[in-house]
Design a protein around this ligand. Structure first.
Ligand SMILES: C[S@@+](CC[C@H](N)C(=O)[O-])C[C@H]1O[C@@H](n2cnc3c(N)ncnc32)[C@H](O)[C@@H]1O
Length: 280
């Protein structure tokens, strides 16, 4: 069963800083996607699993004063932080609750859920709940992982060991770091028209934004791995030593996991808003 007791990665200040840094890295990619999907002034948007509200100001700016942005967040302290992140935007409201169960309001022109489905386990009921909150012709954008090709070169077994342990941690708590590969089929089964599947992976040397993103994640949750019995003290020490050696290796590079944007459209019998480009 999925872990319903809270956000697996915790709601510490350190995790919040990580989420904000993560947003800065992926913001250009997000803004490109929103522009391709024709998000526009006056639109109503739901951010499902909004975390500390990293996306809310950007969404609020695009939809403008005539639009509306609603965030839903399970973790109470994160919901409070999300409200603070959006204080300058009166058109933003943050609800505390489980996006799988709470009444979501709507209908929405766009529902976006980034880095949430990988925590949720089987997505069928969640997709049905979100789809119901879309207006006919409205779009669902789920951004999540196919965890390949997360890998550091030159390869070291102690580093790969930690990456595998994280995948197992998600799986043990009912999540799936490869969920994005299965989403297109689930979208179609939920009655959505599949509009776009857009994969993106980054790479970089030590100190680059892509490197720092992966480095921060791998180090930040080592305690969770050891406490869960997924990494021994020796394996942890080997990892720390291997990482130090990697950082000092000329030509070292890291490839991030693939972040996939999956877009579905709720069918409409009438005239539609402009379509995002068809898959091809
Ligand atoms: C990795 S963070 C991503 C936050 C945000 N979407 C972003 O892009 O910065 C995942 C967030 O999803 C929230 N979450 C997980 N399961 C949830 C659920 N069932 N309902 C609402 N929020 C949930 C967690 O509490 C956490 O804040």
């Amino acid at each position: 069963m999925p872990d319903l007791d809270g956000y697996m990665l915790g709601s510490s200040e350190a995790e919040w800083r990580r989420l904000r840094e993560q947003h800065r890295l992926w913001r250009p990619h997000l803004l490109d996607t929103l522009s391709r999907l024709h998000l526009r002034p006056g639109d109503h948007v739901l951010d499902a699993g909004c975390g500390v509200g990293t996306m809310l100001p950007d969404l609020a700016r695009v939809v403008g004063e005539s639009g509306r942005v609603v965030g839903v967040e399970l973790d109470a302290p994160s919901a409070v932080a999300a409200r603070s992140a959006a204080t300058e935007h009166p058109n933003v409201m943050v609800l505390e609750g489980d996006l799988r169960e709470v009444p979501l309001g709507g209908p929405y022109d766009l529902i976006i859920s980034r880095w949430v489905f990988s925590f949720l386990g089987e997505p069928e009921a969640t997709l049905a709940h979100l789809t119901e909150a879309l207006r006919p012709g409205g779009l669902l954008l789920v951004i999540d992982y196919i965890h390949d090709p997360c890998r550091a070169y030159p390869e070291h077994p102690a580093i790969q060991r930690v990456i595998l342990a994280y995948r197992q941690l998600y799986a043990d708590r009912g999540g799936d770091l490869f969920i994005a590969g299965r989403l297109p089929q689930h979208f179609v089964e939920a009655g959505l028209e599949l509009a776009e599947v857009d994969p993106c992976s980054l790479a970089g040397p030590p100190g680059s934004p892509a490197w720092r993103w992966i480095e921060r994640f791998l180090f930040q949750h080592l305690d969770t791995l050891t406490e869960s019995g997924l990494l021994s003290a020796q394996e942890r020490a080997d990892f720390v030593a291997a990482w130090a050696s990697l950082v000092a290796t000329p030509g070292a590079v890291i490839f991030t996991p693939t972040v996939v944007s999956v877009v579905g459209r709720r069918p409409t019998p009438g005239p539609e808003r402009p379509h995002p480009p068809e898959m091809g």
